[in-house]
Structure formats: structure tokens, C-alpha cells
Design a protein around this ligand. Structure first.
Ligand SMILES: O=C(O)CCC(=O)C(=O)O
Ligand SMILES: [Fe+2]
Length: 209
């Protein structure tokens, strides 16, 4: 397995660097927020988010999603799924601040954000691509991580490129763009270590009617 070492020293802070992953456009900065700022957002989002734990139906069996989540955004950023329309919660001041800062750094506009809370090492997200039709072709997704470091894994969908692991630490920002969703899957496995909570925010642009 190919592991990308995230540069800590001699790296100009807050610059999005391409990770050079083939067939993808993935950029990363380890200190988008300095620890003090990241810790402050982590605390605010832990308490101020309307966390839910949806039930997922997998192979005809119901399972509790192995993490908590909540979705925020503009009123018209709606998802349609199984004949239902899902509307986001309205932006909170903290989420608006984070959104504006990420928009400034990337030059992209995001109209929604999905928050995931991994309570400990038992929580996870399975391998998937964020390729829902509402995101359109070649979506740009900005992923901010707060709290405990977890390993983000990427696996190519069609060929034998080596899987990639990236340590997503407190305050880091990862951008997935171009063909990343079409060609690669990503996920965060359970971790056997005694690991603290982590919040991940994926900012997205949903195509509106
Ligand atoms: O927690 C992460 O780093 C990934 C979350 C993710 O892939 C998603 O919400 O679609
Ligand atoms: Fe995802």
C-alpha cells in the first residue's frame, strides 16, 4: 500500500498542494485551521449540530449507520432519494464562517455540507464514491477534518493502481475534484486503537433546478 506522508516542516502553511494521485485531482493542506481554531470549531460543532443516526437498509437488513451525521445548506439544495425530497438544515453561523473560508481558499461555491461524527474508533464509513446525480459530473468536494486523526483510504474503481492512505488530522483540508469520484472510491475504516472523536465536513454543490 502506498502511503502519502503529509509534509509538516518546510511546507508553506495553508497552501493546497496536489497529492499527485493518478486519475484524480486531490489537493491537501494539513493546517487549513491552526489547532486552536480547529479545536474551537470541533467543540462548537459537537454541541450545536442536530446529530442523527439514520437506519441503513443493507441486503434487506436494517443497520444503524456507524456514525452520526447531519446535513446543512441553502433551502434549494435538496436531494431526491427513493421518491422522497430531503431538505438541509439552515446554515449555522459557525458553518457559514467555515464555508466562506473554504470558498475563499478554493474559489468554488458550495451550497451544502454533510457533517459526520465518528464517536470513536468503532465508527466508520464504507468505501463509496460521491457520485449522486445531484452533484453533477466531476464534482468539487471540500473535506475538512476536526478532532482525532483518521486514515482516509482511496481505492481505484477499475484498475490496479495502488490504494492510497492519507492521515486526515485536526484542521486539515482535502479537496477532491476532476475525475476523482468517477475513478476512485474512498472510505474510513474502523480503527482498533483507542481513538477519540472526529468530525468531518464535506462541502458540496448540489445542482439546483
Ligand atoms: O470522514 C471522511 O473523511 C469522509 C466522509 C465522506 O466520504 C462522506 O461524507 O462522503
Ligand atoms: Fe464521501
Amino acid at each position: 500500500m502506498h502511503t502519502i506522508e503529509t509534509p509538516m516542516l518546510f511546507d508553506s502553511p495553508r497552501t493546497l498542494e496536489s497529492l499527485g494521485i493518478p486519475d484524480a485531482d486531490i489537493r491537501f493542506v494539513h493546517d487549513f485551521f491552526v489547532p486552536l481554531e480547529a479545536n474551537d470549531y470541533f467543540k462548537r460543532l459537537t454541541t450545536d449540530t442536530s446529530w442523527t443516526q439514520p437506519v441503513l437498509r443493507v441486503w434487506g437488513k436494517d443497520h444503524l449507520q456507524p456514525r452520526l451525521s447531519c446535513w446543512y445548506g441553502d433551502p434549494d439544495a435538496v436531494y431526491r432519494f427513493s421518491g422522497k425530497t430531503f431538505r438541509p438544515h439552515p446554515w449555522t453561523p459557525a458553518l457559514q464562517c467555515i464555508r466562506h473560508k473554504i470558498q475563499g481558499a478554493t474559489g468554488f461555491h458550495f451550497n451544502s455540507v454533510l457533517l459526520n461524527l465518528y464517536r470513536d474508533g468503532h465508527d466508520s464509513i464504507g468505501m463509496h464514491s460521491d457520485n449522486e446525480p445531484e452533484l453533477g459530473p466531476m464534482p468539487v468536494i471540500a473535506s475538512l477534518s476536526l478532532g482525532a486523526t483518521r486514515i482516509f483510504r482511496l481505492k481505484h474503481r477499475h484498475n490496479a493502481f495502488a490504494p492510497v492512505s492519507i492521515a486526515l488530522s485536526n484542521g486539515s483540508l482535502l479537496i477532491m475534484a476532476g475525475q476523482t469520484q468517477e475513478r476512485w472510491m474512498h472510505g474510513v475504516r474502523k480503527d482498533t486503537q483507542d481513538i477519540g472523536p472526529r468530525i468531518n465536513l464535506t462541502f458540496r454543490r448540489i445542482l439546483t433546478a
